[in-house]
Design a binder for this molecule. Structure first.
Ligand SMILES: [Cu+2]
Length: 115
């Protein structure tokens, strides 16, 4: 009986650990975070660790927000590709926000440079 109780406690704590590792994060991107490019990228690609329903994806140059073809998603996807307009040399910042499949609102940002 006591052993069963201990076992369930262990299982519960393992599950808790598992959940905290299951937060959806950005796994990789194109351009990648911190990239220094000599040619303008034709698209922005985001790949996440788990499917995520993206609510917002924004791109900023050093001067202004760049208009991109993104609308909030109606279902969760693990990867997203957005065509980009012609970008001028600048520092760029990408910001994303979305709802992970575990119900957690996640967000992140990264930068790249176009020389
Ligand atoms: Cu989470």
């Amino acid at each position: 009986m006591r052993l069963t109780y201990l076992c369930s406690l262990m299982i519960i704590s393992l599950m808790t650990i598992n959940v905290s590792f299951a937060h959806t994060q950005l796994q990789s991107s194109q351009p990648s975070a911190g990239a220094s490019l000599s040619q303008a990228p034709s698209s922005l690609q985001l790949t996440f660790t788990n499917p995520i329903q993206l609510i917002a994806v924004s791109l900023y140059s050093a001067q202004q927000e760049i208009e991109i073809d993104f609308s909030p998603q109606t279902n969760a996807q693990q990867a997203l590709q957005i065509p980009l307009p012609n970008l001028a040399p600048s520092q760029y910042q990408v910001k994303w926000r979305g709802l992970g499949e575990d119900g957690h609102l996640m967000k992140g940002d990264f930068g790249f440079e176009l020389k």
